[in-house]
Each structure stands twice: as C-alpha cells, then as structure tokens.
Design a protein around this ligand. Structure first.
Ligand code: DOR
Ligand code: ZN
Length: 430
C-alpha cells in the first residue's frame, strides 16, 4: 500500500510512504501500482501506545470486552494497549494474563498486553507470582494493583525489588486509603459546597514521595499512574533530579476537565483520582510539555449504566478515553502551542513504549521499520456521542463536545485496523 502525501510528525513537505510485508519499504516520491491510501494534508505518527486501559474482560463484559475495547483502541489511533488487571477474576496469575494476551491476538486489532496484579487478588498483602507472569507467554512487563494503592510499604518495597530483578515496571495507583476513606471529590471549595467528602491531593503526593524513596533503594522502575495534582509534580521533579527510576502518566481528562463540572452531581464526571482545579490542569500541562510527566495514558474505564446512571455516592469512578485521547491532547496541548506533533508522538507513542520496553512500538517512521502507524486529520472537528463510540459502555465526559483532530486510519504491522471510523479486518461488530 502507498500512503500518499502525508507529513510524518506534521513536519516538512508531504511524502509517500510505501508499505510492503508489514514494513516501511520506501519514503519519498513513490511510483508503484500498490493500493493507494490518500493522505493528502494528514499527519503521520507512530501508532499510539496506551499504558493504562481497562478492558473489563474477564468478568465485566456488560461494560467492555477485549473485542470492543480493541475496536475503540484501533479507532483512537492505538496499536498497543496495556490492560489493567482489576477484572473478575483479577489477572494475578499467568493463566489469566495469557488468556487476555491470546484473546487480544485472536481479535488482532491492537496488541493487548496484560498488566499483572502486584498482589494476590489486589488485596495488598501478599505478592502475586510476578516472575511466573513475566516469564509466561504473555511476557507481562508491567504490574499494578490499579483501582487500589499498594499501601503496605514493605509489600511495595519487595515488589520494587522483584521489578529490579525481573526488569519490569511497578505502576502505582497512588492513593493513601487512610486519607481517602469515603472520598467522593477533590478536597476543595467545590466539594465543600456540594457536601461531598474530599479526596486530598496529599493522599497522592505522600504515596509518590514514599514510593520514590523505595524505588531508589530497590533500584526498581516505578511508574506513577494518572498524576492529578500540582503537588505530585513537585515530588516528581525532585525524584527525577536525583536520578530515581520513576516515570509518570497523566490522563486526557486530568489535562482538560476540572471539579467545577461536578455542580450537577452527574456521575459521568466521577473518576479516581478526582478531577481537580484549573491550577492543577495547568500545572499538569506544563509538566507534560517539559517531560516531567512522561506520557499520556487514557485510564479508559467503561462502566455499565447501572453503575453510572445512579446517585453520585453509589456510582463507580471512571470514564471512557480511548477514542477521545488524541483529540483532547490536541485541544489541551497542541492548539495552545505547548506540544507540536513530534511532542504528540513522544507522549502518546515513544515514551510509553520505552517505559515498558516494547521493542516493536513507538518506533521512528523510517525505511525498514514496522508499519505501525496512525494517520491523523489535524483540521477535522467532530462531536462526541457516547452511543457512537465502539465501547459497550457510553460513559464519556465529553458528550456533545466538539473536539479537534480525527484519526483517519490506524495500521498495525502493515495491516489497516481502522479507517474512516470503521474497524477493518477484525471480527468486530460493535
Ligand atoms: O476512575 C478510575 N476507574 N480509577 C481507577 O483507578 C480504576 C478505574 C476503574 O477500574 O474503573
Ligand atoms: Zn488508578
């Protein structure tokens, strides 16, 4: 196939990219009679990599399956996703990790990498068999109790020691549960007015500070999930300056949305960690631009209607993210001039692949490299409709919003997985 006339990384003059046998065979002015994908005026990026996705299978198939989540990922420009283990049963053994991995392969729309649980049942007391999962067919390279914090410092220390030995990453959901018991919203003016119990930013900041000290001593790689507060950014700055092996992600929603949206108690805006203040979104954008926060990860968290269309206190936290991530990043970072398309490639593809040591994703757009790519229309605009997204659940916080930039096509090792809003080649019906 010839991708005709796109601009790699949004830079320079338009070029043709010839893809043969899954590999980029030629870049320039290509004359061949291969099938043509007209990419005039489009931006070509390496395929996007999401370190934080909830695909809900096994056990939560009323909200998402590996099949529908893979479709949402491909449509969002992703070529690899990391599936969090807070399923039912929890992915805390090689058997379950291998199931998720194989199911992802069967569907074939995106590389699905299971994240293994750090502790048995994500209960926080006993380490899971990290080595068995790392050495399984699923080759698990990231471990997390996401949804819950690994609270016991001794357990976290041991996990980081194992991480050093196995060369894997521990991704922490940083939330001191003693400080957030019953918490429903960011602790601040809005929560006070609405009468919602507060989730203090210090619950995140203190765990990240503790974990950085533990990672320093253990020599293991720590990844901080969904950084939500300006305070945490300060901790990261110091830890990185000290040479500690720590990386961090921010979600699209924490870059764009604030707790002001809670005024009508609509649970679509309930998420953990909570939406915070405009000062926080601003600090997170700056930290991402500077590289203090390494990457964007969606925390795509589908929930069935019975868990979202209910009173605030009873609703589950989480929001859809895979199909809106790129557009939200363009709106919050590219349009204000904080990131260029090179920067988008860095935070949504190269850095995430690097953090987990994925050798076949986040690669340069160059001859001889795998054709794992995302093609984006930078001038398009679209209106988000939850019921038009590929996920089974519809809990998007961007409902009705007009967002910039659209994924036109996604390619995984030379095969088109999504084009013009439809998944290709998979057996997906959603
Ligand atoms: O909002 C969230 N939803 N935060 C988490 O940590 C877990 C996630 C989920 O699984 O729904
Ligand atoms: Zn989390």
């Amino acid at each position: 196939m010839i991708i005709r006339g796109s601009r790699p990384y949004g830079e320079g003059e338009p070029v043709d990219v010839l893809v043969r046998n899954g590999v980029i065979a030629e870049i320039g002015d290509v004359t061949a009679d291969d099938e043509v994908l007209d990419a005039d005026g489009l931006v070509l990026l390496p395929g996007l990599v999401d370190l934080h996705t909830h695909l809900r299978e096994p056990g939560g198939e009323d909200a998402e399956t590996i099949e529908t989540g893979s479709a949402a990922a491909a449509l969002g420009g992703f070529t690899a996703v990391f599936a969090m283990p807070n399923t039912d049963p929890v992915a805390d053994t090689a058997v379950i990790a291998e199931y998720v991995y194989r199911r992802g392969r069967e569907i074939g729309l995106v590389d699905v990498h299971p994240v293994g649980a750090v502790t048995v049942g994500q209960r926080g007391d006993q380490l899971a068999e990290l080595g068995m999962m790392a050495n399984s067919a699923a080759a698990v390279r990231m471990f997390s109790d996401d949804g819950r914090c690994v609270h016991d410092p001794l357990v976290m220390r041991r996990a980081l020691e194992y991480a050093a030995a196995l060369d894997v990453v521990i991704a922490q959901h940083a939330e001191d549960p003693r400080l957030t018991a019953g918490a429903q919203a960011h602790e601040g003016v809005v929560a006070s007015k609405l009468g919602l119990a507060g989730w203090p930013a210090a619950a995140e900041e203190t765990i990240v500070a503790r974990d950085c000290a533990l990672a320093r001593d253990a020599g293991g790689a720590l990844h901080v999930c969904h950084v939500s507060s300006v305070r945490t950014v300060a901790v990261l700055r110091d830890a990185k300056a000290a040479g500690i092996r720590v990386s961090a992600e921010v979600t699209p929603h924490h870059l764009m949305l604030t707790d002001e949206l809670l005024a009508d108690y609509d649970p679509v805006f309930k998420v953990n960690p909570p939406l915070r203040t405009a000062a926080d979104t601003e600090a997170l954008r700056t930290a991402l631009a500077e590289g203090l926060i390494d990457c964007v990860a969606t925390d795509h968290a589908p929930h069935a209607p019975q868990h979202k269309d209910c009173e605030w206190d009873g609703a589950r936290p989480g929001m859809l993210g895979l199909q809106t991530a790129l557009s939200v990043l363009v709106s919050t970072m590219v349009e204000p001039g904080l990131l260029d398309w090179r920067g988008v490639a860095r935070v949504l593809s190269e850095r995430p692949a690097d953090i987990v040591g994925l050798a076949d994703q986040g690669r340069p757009i160059a001859v001889g490299e795998l054709a794992t790519l995302a093609l984006i229309d930078p001038t398009a605009q679209w209106t988000v409709r939850g019921d038009e997204l590929a996920s089974i659940a519809g809990n998007t916080p961007y409902e009705g919003m007009r967002l910039p930039a659209r994924v036109v096509a996604t390619m995984l090792r030379g095969r088109v997985t999504a084009q013009d809003g439809k998944v290709q080649g998979g057996r997906v019906t959603a």
